[in-house]
Design a protein around this ligand. Sequence first.
Ligand SMILES: Nc1ncnc2c1ncn2[C@@H]1O[C@H](COP(=O)(O)OP(=O)(O)OP(=O)(O)O)[C@@H](O)[C@H]1O
Ligand SMILES: [Mg+2]
Length: 512
Amino acid sequence: MSEIEVVGQVVGGKAAKILIREKSGEKIELGDLLVVKEKDGLLILQVYDLGYGSQVPQTTRELLAGLKLEGYGAGLTFLEPHLRNYVMAEVKAVARIEGKKIRIPKTLPSFFSSIRHVTKEDLAFLTKPSQPIYLGKVRSGSKTLDVPIHLNGMDVLKHHIVVPATTGRGKSNLVKVMLWSILGQEKFGILVLDPHDEYYGRHQKGLKDHQKAKGNLLYYSSNPPAGANTLVINLKSIKPGHFQGIVMFTNAQRDAIKRYNNLFRDKWIECIVHGKEVENVAPSTIGVLQRKFDNVLGVYEDTSGELQCRSRIFSDTAGSTTTKDIANALEEGKMVVVDTSRLLGQAELLIGSIVVSSIFSRYQRAKSEGKLEKKPVVSVVIEEAPRVLGKEVLESAGDNIYSTVAREGRKFKVGLIAITQLTSLIPRPVLANMNTKIILGNEMALERHAIIDSAAQDLSDDDRTIASLDIGEAIVSSNFTRFAVPIRIPLFEDYIKTNSNEGEREKPVFLG
Ligand SMILES: Nc1ncnc2c1ncn2[C@@H]1O[C@H](COP(=O)(O)OP(=O)(O)OP(=O)(O)O)[C@@H](O)[C@H]1O
Ligand SMILES: [Mg+2]
């Protein structure tokens, strides 16, 4: 190691808090990855706090500052100030590299070891997984290294991914980048419930611009551009169970639904909307159900007795194969983006519920028949995940298909990509089950604590680092990475310019 590269030296501390004195003129940043070269390998360190150190007593420093400020000694200074005043960095060892092996560090670096910044070559131990999902490049503080990071899609998708961050930090951008990198890989079926219509790229760049979009990307919208599919769902595809945990019903309403379903089978909603009389069901109950279906689905009976839908998304005549078509596409390893921007939240969740329930039961069946192995992993991207995974929702309305997937999906190769601003609303057991967290910036301490408490690695020292993450900067904490990896996510629009066929061109690497 040449002298020029040295940025500091180990001067004390203990395992979880190694103290490094910064070399004058260097700037060690929060989150920086540093390296100590040892006889049998490398120790990778990460900076989690910075402070001042000085050989001069505080009172003397204050006096000198006072003299200068009050105009008594413009030229006054310390002898050899760079020797007497300096910055101390608190770091922790995150990984020990011995050849191609990554170990959890159990020893301290030698006393007085020289420290330098990590380089691309130091990270050469990283290898490419067989079904890569691209996340971005390794980041040291705010510097980006030319070392791409991929996760193995097979592992991470069925074990769920959470993307927590304050608004505007780049959650949707990250998921777009990830999806772009796997579009056309038939091992993954991805359902995107898109309440902001931002993934397909109707008016801007989006997944539609991918080379392999044709045949591999389906887009459903109530207002489809040329070549896309119209989002119309036949009321007959909705079963009472699809409302489970999404729309609340009283016992009387539930009983009424059951009776209508038994009597009229898949026409149960239509019959309720038309107010068909049924013995032992109070007209007032039917009145309330009619109002609920009007609120949630936008369906009502007009003055001429016809069934109408305000959003035109639900119909009693059209759209009889829509949800089946979507489920089939997912099972074939395609990506399906459903533009739900014109829908109320509950209707969006209900559409997801129909499709996910269908996939879930198909995959349960496939498993019992020993055919699951060959099926693609299906993952569901859900924005504002606490709508279906929130404590309050689960406590008041009970489990829904999304929470069932969060709990049991991995057994059946079905997973969630849950995007949220409010991690603290999701119960801990659910969060702990979501094995990969891609953590972007968050100013809210409560949210950071919920994330840190459920992370795969000990991030208790990273609170400040997470608070200071800039747009597009993230930490990947996963059961499938050996340490929490700091990354920089590219801006989607830039990424697709250089990676029109991501995955095949660059030489990616993987932590595992
Ligand atoms: N990796 C990135 N690099 C540079 N700029 C980015 C990056 N990610 C996001 N941005 C910028 O930040 C803006 C907001 O990003 P994005 O919509 O992904 O945030 P979000 O977290 O999904 O926000 P919301 O909570 O509102 O959904 C983008 O329009 C883009 O300009
Ligand atoms: Mg977003």
